[in-house]
Design a protein around this ligand. Structure first.
Ligand code: ADP
Ligand code: ZN
Length: 720
């Protein structure tokens, strides 16, 4: 017997099936979709069996072992991988790897497999090994998070016991899943008529096209999702619900675990690799039938899917843009929906322009929730013109906002203050010579972290203490410009000394579980004001919040990106939606230097469709999505001159071969140099171009053995 194996090496050179002979004793266990260990050149590599063939006349190497008892990539996922390869031009192996938890993407020689009963994970990463065997064991853990007993015993059983005794490693029993979900008493709500209509439309799906649920903030979308899923489960089917990564996941999981208990499995970045692996196995075994998670949860190995829901469908976190495969979870959702003949529901209070345009053309079916549950009003939005107010006070919190905060807290209510950090950083500059301190590796200003007085590069991680004097003019006149949450917190302490402020941002929520603790504390009224960045913008549902203040609405407007207005509109509407969600009326104050910008004035009137129409006119005039498709070529390497010459060649070859495409560039990227790598970009704009994939594949092939240049292709990029 001969099998075709795709090895786990992410190189375009080897991204194809290699044939191996199966030794007699392994033949009964061979299945398509299991992992095997094979000799490959001088090394041993893991790979997936993709084909079973009868025989080959060539002389072949034998596979060493089979790593899985059950299939890892089922028929559906195998097919989906090829679809991803074809539509994103990524390698096939990267398409399969993105579907799996890290524990199954083990490096050569380290195997994790469920046929072993006992695994170990590392608990103490600081531990200094006291013998060679211990060091060997710990080295393995630098590559993968969980390792089977069998592999470690091969190194040294005594070193393993010592590490266990010292608590450096801990044992995981295969059946001992770490994720536990309790059912709390959570009463199913009686749906409003509008909610019931949405549920009925989706469950009686006739047209088999995706549904776009356009529902204002507080219209009860979550309840709609839960009741659809309940019906789907009753039919013996399963469900996927996707949420954007930030902040929303814990809340959604709580809602779902309260109602569905252990039927759910959650996949998101706050889990350890071991937890993710556990959840993945529960799903694969059919022990969980609702999967909740961020982007990559769309690949959950569920069988018999009855509904796929994508909440906050406009979120750019659904697009993987920084590495291959550069896929959008929405496309995968629609593909899987077709495969399972099940409805796909895309939900948002501010749908992406692309989705709304499709809904209007009938490509999607539009369902709407125009009102908040119980007919509560959307909050009143007041725009504060900073051009005027900033003259009156040197604080970032204007007098108007301060007065409203005071009133709100006096009433016994709570407030959320939102600091827009998108495209914004706190940098340090010299007041004497205007020197701005930049990263030595990257072409970007360093960000000042006040808590430890460090300057940090957010691209490469470079960090240095804040210098005493300006490196250029040597005056003692460095100062930090811009404003971070810490600065606003300071202002609040001065302006409202008795008020309790909870600051929530990446710094304060990095510890596991911190996020949920903070949300619970705020809900319990331990604080009056919740101050935060994007993390407080979306999804949170606090009944006593009657004031939302936006400190700086403008930062996201100033980003050089064709989506900056759309992103600003959507972000501000989402933040505004946190106010007045229960019986009390809410208010929103937006501080801005651009009070007349249409993105901001449409937020004032809660007029999504008004914004949509205006923005569509602009997109049409400038030739942007949804009127045109975009494809972005990122060309990177260490030698700037060589790179530029090759970028020009690429451009010329595109020009020769494409007829209906506008080709822009090559231009340097917004950040030209990152980690000493230079980057050029070419943008393609097209409506229909039959030759596009062929020519892009040729370009990829041309450079695949060239180590001096890397060409990444990103279809429908979420930003440049
Ligand atoms: P959205 O996600 O659309 O912003 P939510 O799903 O968070 O809105 O719902 C807003 C609030 O309304 C929540 O507190 C939710 O429990 C409540 N709610 C939803 N549906 C109903 C209903 N049919 N009856 C009463 N309360 C409801
Ligand atoms: Zn850097």
């Amino acid at each position: 017997m001969v099998v075709g194996v795709l090895v786990q090496l992410s190189s375009q050179n080897v991204d194809r099936v290699f044939d191996y002979l199966v030794p007699e004793h392994l033949i009964p266990s061979i299945k398509v979709g299991v992992r095997v260990l094979v000799p490959f050149g001088k090394q041993n590599l893991e790979g997936f069996i993709l084909e079973i063939k009868t025989n080959s006349d060539r002389e072949l190497k034998e596979i060493y072992s089979i790593l899985d008892k059950d299939v890892i990539l089922n028929d559906e996922l195998l097919l989906l991988g090829k679809e991803i390869q074809n539509t994103t031009l990524s390698t096939l192996i990267s398409a399969y790897q993105v579907m799996l938890p890290k524990a199954l993407k083990a490096k050569a020689g380290v195997t994790i497999s469920k046929k072993y009963q006992t695994f170990y994970e590392i608990k103490d990463k600081e531990y200094i090994p006291s013998s060679l065997a211990q060091r060997k064991i710990l080295e393995l853990f630098s590559e993968t998070k969980i390792i089977s007993r069998k592999v470690l015993l091969e190194i040294s059983s005594s070193a393993l016991s010592t590490l266990l005794e010292k608590g450096v490693l801990s044992e995981i029993k295969e059946e001992d899943y770490r994720m536990k979900y309790d059912i709390k008493r959570d009463t199913k709500k009686v749906l409003t008529k509008a909610q019931q209509n949405v549920v009925d439309s989706v469950l009686n799906d006739q047209r088999h096209v995706p549904f776009l649920l356009f529902g204002v903030t507080g219209s009860g979308k979550t309840e709609v999702y839960m009741q659809i899923i309940e019906k789907v489960l009753k039919k013996g089917k399963t469900a996927i619900i996707l949420v954007p990564e930030i902040s929303l996941t814990p809340q959604m999981i709580e809602h779902f675990s309260n109602r569905f208990g252990n039927q759910i499995a959650a996949l998101h970045s706050a889990l350890s690799e071991g937890e993710k692996y556990d959840e993945w196995r529960r799903i694969a075994r059919g022990e969980a039938n609702i999967v909740i998670g961020a982007r990559s949860a769309i690949f959950a190995p569920l069988k018999n899917i009855g509904i796929i829901i994508m909440d906050e469908e406009h979120s750019d976190s659904y697009k993987q843009g920084d590495k291959n495969p550069r896929y959008h979870a929405r496309d995968i959702a629609i593909w899987r929906g077709k495969y399972h003949s099940c409805p796909v529901l895309l939900g948002s209070a501010t749908p992406s322009l692309e989705s709304m345009a499709r809904a209007r053309k009938g490509v999607y079916e539009l369902v709407t929730l125009q009102e908040r549950v119980n007919g509560k009003m959307l909050p009143e939005v007041e725009i504060i013109d900073m051009n005027q107010e900033s003259k009156r006070s040197s604080y970032h919190i204007t007098n108007t906002l301060l007065k409203n905060l005071n009133d709100c807290i006096k009433r016994g209510d709570q407030a959320i203050l939102f600091l827009n950090r998108r495209g914004f950083s706190t940098f340090v500059t010299c007041k004497n010579c205007s020197e701005v301190i930049k990263c030595p590796n990257c072409d970007i200003t360093l960000t000042y972290h006040k808590s430890n007085k460090m300057l940090r590069c957010h691209y490469c991680g470079y960090a240095t203490p804040l210098p005493k004097e300006c490196p250029k003019c040597h005056e003692n006149s460095l100062s930090d410009l811009g404003v971070g949450t810490e600065k606003i917190e300071e202002e609040l302490h001065i302006l409202l000394p008795s008020v309790k402020v909870l600051r929530m941002d990446v710094d304060t929520t990095s510890k596991k579980g911190a996020h949920k603790k903070m949300i619970d504390a705020f809900r319990n009224h331990e604080y009056d004001i919740l101050l935060g960045t994007q993390i407080v913008a979306k999804g949170l549902d606090f009944s006593d919040v009657t004031l939302v203040g936006v400190i700086n609405a403008d930062t996201s407007l100033n980003i050089p990106d064709f989506r900056s207005s759309e992103n600003t509109y959507s972000l501000l509407s989402q933040v505004a939606g946190r106010s007045g969600r229960s019986s009390k009326t809410g208010k929103v104050l937006i501080q801005t230097f651009n009070p007349d910008h249409y993105a901001i004035s449409f937020v004032k009137h809660h007029d999504y469709l008004g914004f949509y129409n205006e923005e569509m006119k602009i997109r049409k005039r400038l030739g942007y999505p949804p009127f045109y498709f975009l494809c972005y070529l990122k060309i990177s390497g260490k030698e700037a001159d060589y790179l530029f010459q090759e970028s020009l060649k690429i451009k010329r070859s595109l020009e020769r071969n494409l007829q209906y495409t506008t080709i822009l560039g090559p231009t340097t990227l917004a950040v030209f140099k990152v980690n000493n790598i230079y980057r050029y970009g070419i943008i393609l704009k097209y409506k229909k171009e039959d030759m596009l994939y062929d020519i892009l594949l040729k370009i990829q092939n041309h450079y695949k053995n060239n180590h001096k240049i890397k060409v990444d292709i990103d279809f429908n990029p979420s930003h440049f």
